[in-house]
Ligand binder design. Structure first.
Ligand code: T5A
Length: 210
């Protein structure tokens, strides 16, 4: 596809949404057409699925399939059209979230998750994934500081530790796609690392993140 696809990943409160908007402004100022979007919920159907997913305790397989349905719709209605028209797409969460949360967090079979992700995406993967890594206590403190907690934010500390370990494993497995960003510091310091990661990738498209 002619556009550029960047996903942002991380545990709750990692700062993905904050950084996605800073990145969108920065890229726009450089003349790029940028689309910001998110999962779950980046389409009209997705909004209904998001309500179900974040406010109900569902059987694990149901949850997995609803995230997949949200993603397949999101790709068909939002991601593919934007990439085909040369836009830079910034997506708050994508397939790595399913591996980290449903796979590592819930303990579902990783091979099954890969199969479901492949069905949902038809193989569409980000050109670059920014993994905003924070210790669980930092992420949860930030997320909980905002008040109302969704079903996943209410999971145990151990659950969120497993999710973080999932991201660590993914970053090891896909060092060319996934860049780890130390997201525990202040907003501007985190954003500086993101700009450096993107500039590095533009200079050397096949390079691994440090
Ligand atoms: N999910 C999703 C799955 O289980 N499987 C899947 O396949 C998918 C796609 C989504 C949930 O769905 C689950 C994972 C999630 O639990 P959501 O409401 O979209 O739910 O939740 P998150 O994506 O986790 O969004 P959050 O808002 O919790 O986290 P963000 O976006 O990482 O953080 P952000 O930017 O909103 O910041 C949180 C707070 O911290 C402050 C912000 O001002 C804000 O108050 N902050 C900082 N404070 C200090 N220093 C910094 N550097 C800061 N950066 C931000």
């Amino acid at each position: 596809m002619p556009g550029w696809f960047i996903s942002l990943e991380g545990i709750e409160g990692a700062g993905k949404t904050t950084q996605m908007h800073l990145l969108a402004d920065w890229l726009q100022r450089q003349g790029h057409t940028v689309l910001t979007t998110w999962e779950p919920g980046g389409t009209e159907l997705g909004q209904s699925l998001r309500q179900l997913l974040l406010h109900h305790r569902l059987p694990h397989r149901t949850e997995l399939l609803l995230y997949a349905a949200d993603r397949a719709t999101h790709i068909a209605e939002v991601l593919q059209p934007a990439l085909q028209t040369h836009q830079v797409v910034l997506c708050d969460r994508y397939t790595d979230s399913t591996v980290a949360y449903q796979g590592y967090g819930r303990g579902m079979d990783l091979h099954l998750i890969d199969q479901v992700n492949t069905i949902a995406t038809g193989g569409l993967m980000p050109d670059l994934t920014l993994w905003l890594d924070v210790p669980v206590e930092v992420g949860l403190r930030r997320a909980r500081g905002r008040g109302d907690l969704n079903a996943i934010e209410q999971e145990s500390f151990a659950f969120h530790e497993r999710v973080r370990q999932g991201y660590q494993a993914l970053a090891k497995q896909y060092p060319q796609r996934i860049c780890r960003i130390d997201a525990a510091s202040d907003v501007e310091t985190v954003f500086k690392q993101i700009r450096a990661a993107i500039a590095g990738r533009w200079r050397e498209p096949a390079s691994e993140c440090q």
